[in-house]
Design a protein around this ligand. Sequence first.
Ligand code: SF4
Length: 404
Amino acid sequence: MRRREGESLVDFTERFGLEFDLAVPESTVEHALAVRPTDVSRASELTFARNVFVPLTTACRYTCTYCTYYDPPGEASLLSAAEVRERCRVGADAGCTEALFTFGDEPDDRYTRIHDQLDEWGYDSLREYHVRACEIALEEGLLPHSNPGDLDRAGFERLKPVNASMGVMLETTADVAAHAGTRQKEPADRLRTIRAAGEAGVPFTTGILVGIGESWRDRAESLAAIRRLHERYGHVQEVIIQPVVENERSDFQTPSRSTMRRVTAMARAVLPASVSVQSPPNLAPVRELLDCGIDDLGGVSPVTDDYINPDYEWPALRELAEIADYGGLPLHERLPVYDRYLPDRLRRPDFDGVPAAESPSGSWLTGTIPSALAAKGVHGERFRSVARRDGPLSTPDMSVPSDD
Ligand code: SF4
């Protein structure tokens, strides 16, 4: 994104008091606002990952009004190491490659029971326990992908050696009432987190949440900010376009089909081609978004409930196959880390994308992740076969039976 001299900017540094430069040309936002579904092309394939949900804790310092994930103090859960191990073992046995660790943001002082439990188990903080939980997942044959909430660079560097990738939803750069209250989630902190992940060289997933009171301009600015951060660090592997859904805590209306079509096309037009646009089939009308440029269907779990949106079941693998069939697109399983961040020797021979440039921190995958990918035995072979798209578990028979 080159800037011409004298071009007017949307300056997030000034707006949020950021300690780093983050601005996008006004022309990029205006271009995004003009995009319609007919301006973008259908992807050439769809991908998905097989994961097992590991909701390490449902405690969260924030109280976003649309969220059904967090539990208040006294009711929040914390999975034990044995529970983490059991979930991961079942997931690996079922052919998953990813342990999807979900959290709220770092539980604050109100969560005395959570902190007491961690103390009893010998951990100073949830972050340290989180590292151990990721190690357990690796021991059981899964690659962790963690959504740890707001983190600084040191926090990402602590988790990177035990995670194949990580993620945090930006949601929006707008100040919306949905985040209001005494414990308010700040867009500035999300931008700092995405930048910190880039500095640490973490393959990263982010996204926007549609329908929480943001305007069309807010959506365009949010996507442009993600693009700007990716241009600087090269770390954004996918951007989720997620609609808010009605639930018992919120009366936000699910965005209309036409809104989802336009915002999905906007994402495809704003983001570089190498960054996937993901639409979650359990929440969005995916069949009607296929021509708006989506190329990833997110994670599907054959063994556990979706603990983020318990009212919306993850679709089964067969439903993914039906979606791909509906769009006339091939469907491929992928790892939680996208192909272009893999070492050359693990990338499939017919990879037709562009390998990621060198990580700002030296290497995209560190610690135990490279050795897990290279390991002898059933788990390493499963990872490699999914990466190569040639193993018996990488492309199960998902052909849709005809009506004959
Ligand atoms: S959306 Fe995330 S940050 Fe907000 S309350 Fe839920 S778990 Fe916490």
